[in-house]
Design a protein around this ligand. Structure first.
Ligand SMILES: [Mn+2]
Length: 284
């Protein structure tokens, strides 16, 4: 391997998840590009790597997807500790927890200690779907309650007029409080952070909801490495223990080593067509 490549990004650890290989949505070429241009001591595959659910419905396995798997195996064989933590879409692999496949360790969960001594609990994140379903139900009830409160607000303000009090928007208040607080994502984050604290860890690294994020929630690090369907993101640990969320497309575009994606080019040309159309309409 060419260690001197200027395009090689070296980290201590890398986390990726939700690559959904075996589906047309997987960006296997971009992922391969990422794997070729990064190196790390640890590589964590945080679930939904191969989409077994979709493969069962319809077999889809192009060469590129095979190349990704080969690349992962090669990394595991040579210089990287590769740990695979199955998710819900590759839950079939959960029966192999504790085993090693071609130097890739399969674990249900994992605790990684960063170079600066922080303990990170790594898990895909689907374990609490039941709890979150419950939260979704709560959100629905929230909606019903919201309608009721809108009605009540009307009468409440009538009463306020009687008592010469200024109008106060209960609906505005609740819109901010209830709707945002009981959203799916915040419910997910809340559950994960609570569980992390209960386990005595300093942070969590998960995937599952395809929303890259790295922030501190009530003193706990919440890191979601995102996905390789849309965000093309990864979480990395630098050699001083610092964590960073990277978006591969952005990183490559700024360093000029990757052409804009087809999707990006398409959106650009669509925009150009719209501008052109608008111009023609004005001319007509
Ligand atoms: Mn998942």
């Amino acid at each position: 391997m060419n260690d001197q490549s200027p395009n090689l990004h070296v980290y201590r650890s890398i986390w990726i998840s939700d690559t959904h290989l075996g589906t047309p949505g997987a960006n296997a070429d971009k992922l391969l590009h990422f794997l070729k241009h990064t190196r790390s001591e640890y590589l964590f595959l945080v679930g939904d790597i191969v989409d077994g659910w979709q493969l069962k419905k319809r077999w889809y396995w192009p060469q590129k997807h095979n190349d990704v798997v080969q690349k992962l195996l090669r990394k595991a064989r040579h210089w990287t500790n590769v740990v695979f933590i199955p998710g819900n879409h590759d839950e079939a692999a959960r029966q192999y927890v504790g085993m090693t496949f071609g130097d890739i360790k399969v674990e249900a969960e994992y605790i990684h200690t960063t170079l600066d001594g922080r303990k990170l609990w790594i898990v895909h994140g689907d374990l609490f779907d039941q709890v979150i379903q419950h939260a979704r139900w709560l959100a629905y009830v929230g909606d019903q309650a919201y309608t009721f409160l809108l009605w009540m607000n009307h009468w409440l303000n009538k009463a306020r007029i009687v008592f010469h009090l200024p109008y106060w928007s209960l609906s505005q208040y609740l819109k901010l409080k209830v709707k945002s607080a009981v959203s799916f994502i915040s419910a997910f984050e809340h559950v994960m952070v609570t569980e992390t604290r209960r386990r005595g860890c300093d942070g969590i690294v998960c995937g599952h909801i395809h929303k890259p994020e790295l922030r501190n929630i009530d003193g706990i690090i919440y890191a979601n490495d995102g996905d390789w369907v849309e965000s093309l993101s990864a979480l990395v640990e630098h050699h001083d223990g610092r964590l960073e969320l990277i978006e591969w497309q952005k990183l490559m575009r700024t360093s000029g080593s990757l052409k804009p994606s087809y999707k990006y080019a398409l959106s650009q040309s669509k925009e150009a067509i719209n501008i052109l159309k608008a111009g023609l309409d004005q001319g007509a």
